[in-house]
Design a protein around this ligand. Structure first.
Ligand code: PMV
Length: 353
């Protein structure tokens, strides 16, 4: 008897130009394009096993050992349905393919980092889910094609289908067919780039990105300005900076965009606060670190960015990492570098595919 099972894993990605706002909540079509770096660290991955079997009565999914409900019409159900549809197309084209698209699937997913703490757990989770089903079904789909499906699980998940530097082009078609991720540059293009994750808190975040985004879209005038007048130019400029390995420009844009995303959250009614005092103290530290460098005729040495949570991600060229870690330990003596992925912080490289 044949066993139909596949295991794959996908890493977290951290946006430099943030996605915040949906123009279509069902298809998950964004109000602006975004760009991220996929992290390459064993500690920040989702690993997913999918199995199809004729004896299974219904689709089921376990996240970190706890069964999650697959709600009809919900995001999990949509991703699974779309993957089965692609498998069915393959079976219809190629009669030698076993007819497994009609079997129910059981899916087990494990995150080795705090779930829903602003560390993009849903991005890695849905990317791993889609890629494990693609492997189970032997689909000849490209990462961009799969990203269109992962997008419907969690928007930012579409960018975790690629390693390195990844853009999610918002697209303009109402059916979402032109809203998918593309590679801007592979990880090897800029091996000097590193990311330091400072886990300020691994509590679950207060406002989910879904409800936060919806509130921002409905109430924030600043978001409208950002969408129309800020992000398009930033997407161009940061892509060019990545291609030119221009850290100074990359860092400036990354910090500006993190600031604007949190300003947009604050501009929401009622306001949303994702950062806390420790997050802001880390910003002050990086600002001062860069100021001293520039005052001495140097360039920017590090860039902070924060997603929908208090945890900092600091991008920096490798040569500055030791200094940055020493600074953080000095000002945050309770930090325990590299001890474990749930300690105050750990370092990560940038992921290749
Ligand atoms: O994909 P979601 O719904 O988890 O939204 C992610 C939003 C941010 O992480 C704040 C920004 C981004 O582009 O990843």
């Amino acid at each position: 008897m044949s066993v139909y099972q596949a295991t794959t894993s996908a890493p977290v990605n951290i946006a430099c130009i943030k996605y915040w706002g949906k123009r279509d909540t069902k298809l998950i079509l964004p109000t602006n394009s975004s760009l991220s770096v996929t992290l390459d660290q064993d500690h920040l991955r989702s690993t997913t096993t999918s199995r199809a079997d004729p004896s299974f009565e219904k689709d089921r999914l376990w996240l970190n050992g706890v069964e999650e409900e697959i709600k009809e019409g919900g995001r999990l159900a949509t991703c699974i349905r779309e993957m089965k549809r692609m498998r069915k197309e393959l079976e219809d084209k190629d009669a030698s393919q076993p007819k497994i698209s009609s079997y129910a699937v059981h899916i087990c997913s494990i995150n080795n980092f705090p779930t829903a703490a602003g560390l993009a757990s849903s991005a890695a989770g849905f990317a791993a889910l889609v890629s494990s089903l693609a492997a189970l079904y032997s689909l000849p789909a490209s990462p961009s094609e799969l990203s269109r499906i992962a997008r419907q699980g969690s928007g930012s998940a579409c960018r975790s289908l690629f390693g390195g530097y990844v853009a999610w082009n918002m697209g303009s078609k109402p059916d979402g067919s032109d809203s998918y991720a593309v590679e801007v540059a592979p990880r090897e293009h800029w091996p000097d780039m590193h990311a330091l994750i400072c886990v300020v808190s691994d509590d679950k975040k207060g406002t989910s990105s879904t409800s936060g985004m919806q509130r921002t879209v409905e109430t924030s005038p600043l978001l409208q300005h950002r969408i129309a007048h800020v992000v398009p130019a930033r997407m161009e400029a940061i892509s060019a900076a990545i291609r030119a390995r221009d850290f100074d420009t990359f860092a400036r844009l990354t910090m500006q965009d993190s600031n604007q995303f949190h300003a947009v959250a604050l501009d929401t009614d009622p306001p949303i606060f994702y950062m806390n005092d420790v997050s802001r103290a880390i910003i002050a530290l990086i600002v001062e670190y860069n100021r001293v460098s520039v005052a001495n005729g140097g360039k920017l040495k590090a860039a902070y960015t924060y997603d929908a949570g208090p945890n900092a991600v600091i991008y920096a060229p490798k040569e500055n990492l030791k200094e940055i870690i020493e600074l953080i330990i000095h000002y945050f003596p309770q930090a325990e570098p590299f001890k474990d992925p749930f300690g105050l912080f750990g370092a990560a490289g940038v992921q290749g595919k």
